[in-house]
Design a protein around this ligand. Sequence first.
Ligand code: ADP
Ligand code: MG
Length: 243
Amino acid sequence: MGRIDVRNLRKVFSTGDGDLVAVDDLDFTIEDGEFLVLVGPSGCGKSTTLRCIAGLERPTSGEIILDGEDVTHAKPKDRNMAMVFQSYALYPHMTARENMSFGLKMTTDMPDEEIDERVREVAEMTGIEANLDQKPGELSGGQQQRVALGRAIVRDPEVFLMDEPLSNLDAKLRSEMRTELQNLQHDFGVTTIYVTHDQTEAMTMGDRIAILNDGELQQIGTPLECYHTPANEFVAGFIGSPS
Ligand code: ADP
Ligand code: MG
């Protein structure tokens, strides 16, 4: 389970200079188990779209449907989705173990021993079992991102939402983590929406990619479809240009 329909999603922000249309009439479906990359230049509405899907932002109009159920107005914790951010957003005063178990302790009645066991299992998968007693400040960027990823995985969500999760890492680590992320996603078969402004990342990672510009969906398709039959000049230029 984990199919998402985004229907006519629109988000308008009121600013000092008037209304700003961040996302305009977005309409697409993510199939269960699919890895969809949402890609486009800075400011085109990627994060806003993801935040609306996660329930962190209220759409101006339109619907978010999860497995046939309208969750547009459901609280984030009632959506069974886990979000991973660019800035990791770890709690600085907690150890890696505490960061990973906090959500389970707050939102489930799972016994502590079971939570500990689950955290150990996931830490092994994400390669941070040796770092469980360290705090974020004692960890490298890559290790922190693994903790953030582990924190998302322990909750066993139906959907992963990732907002530029690798953009704070150096190029070598980024390419290693890309592969690891894909392996993890394949192993779990969790529906994933991955946001990036990086064309290379989109082309290499996505089962399909959704290309956004100025709040509007330009094309959605496999990387090869978008590459060989771009829907318009924007897509052709964007995919063709180096990131
Ligand atoms: P991206 O993630 O693709 O860089 P965003 O979704 O963050 O783009 O932003 C899309 C547009 O909406 C931008 O013009 C941005 O300035 C604007 N925006 C985003 N969040 C807010 C907000 N809370 N208030 C006002 N404008 C916002
Ligand atoms: Mg963004």
